[in-house]
Structures are given as C-alpha cells and as structure tokens.
Ligand binder design. Sequence first.
Ligand code: ZN
Ligand code: FE
Length: 259
Amino acid sequence: MSEILSILPIPAFKDNYIWLIDTNEGYIVVDPGDAVPVMKAIGSSINKDLTILITHHHFDHTGGVETLKDKYRANVLGPKGSPFKAIDQALISGDAFNLYGLFIEIDHIPGHTLDHIYYLIHDDNKSHLFCGDTVFSGGCGRVFEGTFKQMHDSLNKISALPNDTFVYPTHEYTLSNLKFALQAEPNNKDLQDYENHCQKLREQGTPTLPTSIKQELLINPFLRTHSSDIHAVLKNIRGIETTASEDVFSGLREWKDSF
Ligand code: ZN
Ligand code: FE
C-alpha cells in the first residue's frame, strides 16, 4: 500500500472545506464545490492524475466538478442514483477498490440526502473517513431528504468505526455545534475542554478538523444518545422523556433545528 503525502483542507465559500489528498500517484479531491480554490492549490498544470470523490449531490459539494473534470481530465466517483449527473463511476454500499495504492471502502449513509455515501480511505496504518455533511465535529447534518431513523442508522454506522479513524467533515461548524452541545450536555468535562481547545484554534485561524471517532464519541451529542445527562436535559427543557436512542436523536435534531 502506498502512503498519503498530505491531506489539506482547502477553504471554500463561507465555511466549506474541500479536502485535497496528495499521493505519489495522484491527487484525490473530495467534494469540490468550487473549482477556483482547488486550481490555486494544485496549480494549472499537474504532472499526476486527479480523481474527484463526491459524497452527495448538494451544490456546495459539486459546483466545481465540471470545471475540474475538463481542466485536468479528472475521473469522478460518486453515489449511484445521485441527482448529480457528472459522475463517471457510480458507487454503492460495500464497494471497495484501490486508488493510487490506497484502499477505499464505501458505505451508504442516507439522511442529510438520500444519495449520501462515505469514503473510508486506508493507507499503511491509518484510516480516514470522508463523511460530507453527515457528521460534523460536535454535530451532524440536517435531515433534508431522509428520515430521522435513516440519519440515526447512518450515524450508528459511523460511530461503530475504529476509534482511531480520522474524520474529515466538509464544514467548519465546530464552535457553533459545541455551543449547542454544551446546552444538551452541560456537565460533560471532555466537551468543556474541547470547546476551549477549538476556540483557541479558531482564534489562530486554524481548522478544528480533522477530528476522530474517539473524540466525537466523547463530545458529539448526536453520537451520545445513551448519556443520562442528555436524557435529563431533554426532559427538563424539551419535555421529552425517553432513553431510546432513536428518539433521543430525534429530540436533539429537532431542538438543534430551531436553536
Ligand atoms: Zn449538504
Ligand atoms: Fe454542505
């Protein structure tokens, strides 16, 4: 297996990151909503291959695809059945393949959109999860097309991945997510520490991402539906009395939608 040389966040729009993975054999660009910052990052002529990975059809994840495809003759991988039409190779749950010496696994994680998939990329001894708008640090994507049950199932798939998996969401929403997380679980010491840490990062203009499965299991309320602290807050503030994971998730998601 070959090695990843670097994984860099290319800032785009207000708070998107387009992830650029550099390997010896080629570049991998994840969710290029805008072509311009990608072309600035890699230069107008490149001496290696370029592959584009799409997690879901939203414009802020796909708007730069056609331009990059034309300019670099990029191959575009994305979910089967996606409303986004410029996909060369359509992927479904369970697909696995090698790209530039890296092993990549696909799973379908509907909820935010119905076509949403993740890419789990393995190099020598590390795993990197590109999860689009499904998990953010301290939060999760809005449920636009799927059901709360689908989103809950998708988040369960992600939280079952090994603890040391790095997680690369597509938006820098961390601080505002943590404001909500602290309302939902005020006594979580790891969460308090993490907010301090992320605040310092943002003051320096540093991304809070990637995060990890381990970190998110400690601080992300949407992955912590077992927390008795959260159950008590949902009951007291939202009048929802339940310990059932799916109902706790729905209670949190609805609350966050109006937060
Ligand atoms: Zn989206
Ligand atoms: Fe997005």
